[in-house]
Design a protein around this ligand. Structure first.
Ligand SMILES: Nc1ncnc2c1ncn2[C@@H]1O[C@H](COP(=O)(O)OP(=O)(O)O)[C@@H](O)[C@H]1O
Ligand SMILES: [Mg+2]
Length: 252
């Protein structure tokens, strides 16, 4: 097992409020789905935003510790943030498609990066749509506006857009919270395939989704990482009383 991301003693306090992350130590394996779960306010989104430096423009009082990706500390001021965000793609709760065609949503990033060859762009479009389990549904209408897709399709397009940039790590923050069960199932199925090639960090929208998807699971409560372990252990045989109470639905 390769640890793709190693988080060491990470603490975060925003300018407003108390500590949002307290001394987090966590190793995230390559080629697996690691879920970060727990009640709202636990620090899950904050942690994801640290991993790809989305917090850079946020008013922060204190950020200490390390986040090593392939051994490099991404919190180091010398980090190339553009390159980092290529390597670490992110999908958010609400699909935000660009006001372009389906194809245009997928070629945009590559074109910005200087790719002009049509064959390369076409290849990236097909590959990323297949990986996101959307190809069959849209292959005959790639030039239609992306906004015409259903919510579930738009979210898979956002996933495909991330994949088109050939990341190594994919962060997903409650990516199916606005989706119906069928679309949710498609996204989850896509993630199960993708994990063979990528490192996936998922904040699920429910304990059920956490239990369904987790190879590894980390339970967060009010800025603390309470428990971490293989999903099958954590959901069936939690060690910490707080994890057990949450998993069994005694608090929300
Ligand atoms: N930009 C921000 N400024 C100040 N406080 C924030 C900000 N973002 C999150 N917080 C606070 O940090 C804590 C953790 O929030 P968050 O990371 O969103 O948790 P989760 O994703 O687990 O619900 C909460 O107390 C929240 O109010
Ligand atoms: Mg959140």
């Amino acid at each position: 097992m390769v640890d793709k991301i190693v988080i060491e003693n990470l603490s975060l306090t925003y300018a407003e409020g108390n500590e949002s992350l307290r001394h987090i130590n966590l190793k995230i394996a390559a080629n697996a789905i690691t879920v970060l779960f727990g009640p709202a306010g636990g620090g899950k989104s904050s942690l994801l935003r640290c991993i790809n430096r989305l917090n850079d423009l946020t008013d922060i009082r204190l950020l200490q510790g390390k986040i090593l990706i392939d051994g490099q500390n991404v919190l180091d001021p010398k980090t190339d943030v553009i390159a980092l965000r290529r390597k670490v793609g992110m999908v958010f709760a609400r699909p935000v498609v660009l006001p372009f065609s389906i194809r245009g949503n997928l070629t945009y990033g590559l074109e910005l990066a200087g790719e002009k060859r049509k064959s390369r762009l076409d290849e990236a479009v097909e590959r990323s749509l297949k990986l996101a389990a959307l190809w069959e549904e849209v292959k005959d209408r790639l030039d239609d506006p992306a906004v015409a897709l259903s919510g579930g399709q738009q979210q898979r397009l956002c996933l495909a857009r991330v994949l088109a940039n050939q990341p190594e790590i994919i962060l997903l923050d409650e990516p199916t919270s606005g989706l119906d069960p069928i679309s949710t199932g498609k996204v989850e199925a896509a993630l199960q395939e993708l994990k063979h090639q990528y490192t996936i960090v998922l904040v699920p929208h429910s304990v059920q989704q956490a239990a369904r998807t987790a190879d590894y699971a980390a339970f967060f409560l009010q800025g603390e990482l309470v428990e971490f372990g293989p999903g099958r252990d954590l959901f069936t045989n939690p060690k910490d009383k707080r994890t057990e109470d949450y998993v069994e639905g005694r608090f929300g």
